[in-house]
Every structure is written in structure tokens, then in C-alpha cells.
Design a protein around this ligand. Structure first.
Ligand SMILES: Cc1cc2nc3c(=O)[nH]c(=O)nc-3n(C[C@H](O)[C@H](O)[C@H](O)COP(=O)(O)O)c2cc1C
Length: 376
């Protein structure tokens, strides 16, 4: 019988399905709902010491739908980090610890470029008993104006330095959440892991413009007639996320064996989760999927992942984590393999043709060789 139970960086999880930082983990009420429905862990909406600097707008989401079925496949948000006061969060984290002693809460945190601020937020939050930290180096909109989020994640030297500040103060595992809005996410993973993080999480949202309304000529989502580029998520980003997760997994395999990877981006089913684990994910995070389908989708995802594991006789997540990385190679190698396969197929066809299976195939000019090919 396969099992979804897994242990990542010493954190025992009932399953690898983790609520990704965002609206589905934005207060104790919804975090409790996630545990009730069976999520393996919850990453809270990103918090900072001073929420008074956070002001959200409405609307702040825009969605891309397929033309025929109207299914939502792309989701842009211009939402900032949590606007709830830090002390309220500390109280709720303490309360969750009492109410859900087995629930795994991972605190997503973000601060400005100040060692004191990062150390303070780590110390005060870890006193509530969180299982780990996720450092938000990747929010692509709003916060970069304050040199936070993606602005830090796009500077590997600064990100590495902040990781060192945090890991020297943290007593629980720390994951760095990476931005896809860079030329090389592998270099970001390398900087964070060299900075002492136990793991990396990827991807956050991709900077995007959802579209332009052809009546009003205004780009969307429109707030008082104006907008800013926002973060793109949901099914449409999955192929890009798979590629970036694969690149992070290779960094871990080749340079930091034993470190962890939390895979994110357009995951909505057990089959999606299986693919991210095959490319090296220890856990899989779901954010937009929960906003579309509700918290109970974790049950279906878990059942589907178990069915996949049973089909391939994988007993544990570790049995197939990273299995498919071995099938990536260079284009030159693809060309060589194809030429070899074609040559082998040609030889096989020639051999098959030469073998006499019906008496009408005997040929006068080839008679001796045909006889030879039938001899033992
Ligand atoms: C509305 C919304 C708000 C988000 N807020 C945060 C956040 O506060 N911190 C963070 O690290 N990621 C945030 N994210 C990014 C998600 O955690 C996730 O990395 C991204 O959306 C891709 O995964 P998905 O396709 O499953 O949503 C947010 C995403 C959405 C859609």
C-alpha cells in the first residue's frame, strides 16, 4: 500500500500537499479549514513587522478563460502581502498551535533590507511554534517599490546575505521562495542554498499584463482607470514552473544533496503533483487552485496521487522524487540518439525483409544468403 506520509527537513507531513502563501492561508479561520480538510501543511500569507504600510486595492485579480469552456486557466493578481497587524498574526499563530497541535504551519515572512528587522521577525514568529519559515523573495508587484520581495530575489548577493541573517537566527527549517522573473532561477537557488537555507520553493508568480479592454482601451485589472503589471499564476504557468523546478532540482542534486524543494505553479490535480515530484519536488504547493476549487480539492488530489503511485508500484514519495530528471539531456545528444535509433530500425527492417517466412519469398539471386539466415 503506497503512503503519502513524508518527512521534509525533519518536518513530518501527512501528505506532500501544502497550501501556498496567499488568500487560502490568510487568517486562522481559513488555516483551520485547510487542516480540517487534510492539507499536509499551510504556508501563511506573507507577513511583515509593519502592516500599516500595506494597502490593497480592488479589483486586484484578473482572470484568463478558455474561449469555449470558459475554464479559468490564468490568474493575475496585484495583491500585496498581509495587511493584518503583526501582533494579530502572533496571537493567531499561538491559537492555531493550541487548536491544531499536529497542524504544520510555515510562516511566510518578508522584510526590508535590514538585518535587525529580519532577525526580529524570525525570533518573534518562531516563538509561536511554527514548523518552518518561507522567505518571500519573490512578490513581483508593489513591494519591489520598497526594495522588498522580487527586488531582493533578483539580486543573488543580497538574497544570500539575507538567507544567512535568517538561518543564523532560525531554529526551524528555512525555505527561500524564488522569483521566476530572472534569467536564471538556478543561480537564485544556488545563492539561497549557499546562504544556508534548508530548501527552496519555486515558483512565485510571473510578472504579467492580463490584457487590454478593447472598449475602454484600459489594461486590466483596472483600478480607477489605471493598473500595474501583476503576478501570473494558475494552469497557464505550469509548463514554465515545471522547467524552473527542474532547474532548481538539478542544483540540489549536483551541489546541495539533501536540501529540499517545494514545487509550485498551476497545480490542480494529483497528476500535476506527480509531475512536479518526478522533477524533484519534495512537497507541492497549491494557491490559485484552492481559490478556484475550494479546500476539499486536497482529497481528490491525494487519491489521484496514490492511484498513480500504486500503478507504478511506488511505495513512498521518495521512491519517485526526481525520477524523471535523468531523461533531460542536450539537443546534440537527442540528434545522436535519433540517428542511432534510425540506423538500428533500418537494420532491423532489412533483417526482417531478408528472413524468408513464406515460400514465395525465395529469390534466385539471394538464395544462399536466405538459406543461411534460416539456419541455426
Ligand atoms: C492572489 C494571490 C496572492 C498571493 N500572495 C502571495 C503572498 O503573499 N506571498 C507569496 O509568497 N506568494 C503569494 N502568491 C503566490 C502563490 O503562493 C504561488 O507562488 C503562485 O500563485 C503560483 O502557484 P499557483 O498557480 O498554485 O497559484 C499569491 C498568489 C495569488 C494568486
Amino acid at each position: 500500500m503506497p503512503t503519502l506520509q513524508t518527512t521534509v527537513d525533519g518536518i513530518a507531513l501527512p501528505n506532500p500537499f501544502v497550501i501556498g502563501s496567499g488568500p487560502p492561508g490568510t487568517n486562522a479561520n481559513v488555516i483551520g479549514k485547510a487542516f480540517d480538510e487534510g492539507w499536509g501543511a499551510v504556508i501563511i500569507k506573507t507577513i511583515s513587522l509593519d502592516s500599516s504600510k500595506v494597502t490593497n486595492v480592488a479589483p486586484r485579480y484578473a482572470r484568463l478563460r478558455t474561449e469555449k469552456s470558459r475554464e479559468v486557466i490564468g490568474w493575475q493578481n496585484i495583491e500585496l502581502i498581509s495587511d493584518r497587524p503583526f501582533q494579530v498574526w502572533l496571537d493567531e499563530l499561538n491559537m492555531l498551535k493550541d487548536k491544531y497541535p499536529d497542524g504544520r504551519v510555515i510562516a511566510s515572512i518578508m522584510e526590508e533590507y535590514s538585518k535587525d528587522a529580519w532577525v526580529e521577525i524570525v525570533e518573534r514568529v518562531q516563538a509561536t511554534g511554527v514548523a518552518g519559515f518561507e522567505l518571500n523573495f519573490s512578490c513581483p508587484h508593489g513591494l519591489p517599490e520598497r526594495r522588498m520581495g522580487a527586488a531582493m530575489g533578483q539580486d543573488n548577493a543580497i538574497m544570500g546575505e539575507v538567507c544567512r541573517w535568517v538561518t543564523s537566527a532560525a531554529k526551524v527549517p528555512v525555505w527561500a521562495k524564488l522569483t521566476p522573473n530572472v534569467t536564471s532561477i538556478a543561480a537564485g537557488a544556488e545563492a539561497a542554498l549557499a546562504g544556508g537555507c534548508q530548501g527552496v520553493a519555486a515558483i512565485n508568480t510571473i510578472l504579467s499584463v492580463m490584457g487590454v479592454d478593447l472598449e475602454t482601451l484600459r489594461p486590466e485589472p483596472t483600478v480607477e482607470g489605471y493598473t500595474v503589471p501583476g503576478g501570473y499564476s494558475c494552469i497557464a504557468v505550469r509548463p514554465i514552473a515545471l522547467r524552473m523546478v527542474k532547474e532548481c532540482a538539478e542544483v540540489i542534486r549536483d551541489r546541495f544533496p539533501g536540501r529540499s524543494l517545494s514545487a509550485i505553479g498551476g497545480i490542480e490535480s494529483g497528476a500535476d503533483a506527480a509531475q512536479f515530484i518526478l522533477l524533484g519536488g519534495d512537497t507541492v504547493q497549491v494557491c490559485t487552485g484552492v481559490m478556484k476549487m475550494g479546500y476539499d480539492c486536497v482529497k481528490r488530489m491525494g487519491e489521484d496521487l496514490l492511484a498513480f503511485m500504486a500503478k507504478h508500484q511506488f511505495e513512498t514519495i521518495a521512491d519517485f522524487k526526481g525520477h524523471s530528471l535523468q531523461y533531460f539531456t542536450t539537443h546534440a545528444d537527442l540528434v545522436r540518439r535519433q540517428a542511432e535509433a534510425k540506423a538500428a530500425a533500418k537494420l532491423k527492417a532489412a533483417e526482417a525483409k531478408a528472413l524468408v517466412t513464406k515460400d514465395g519469398q525465395w529469390e534466385g539471386n539471394d538464395f544462399v544468403r536466405q538459406t543461411e539466415s534460416l539456419a541455426r
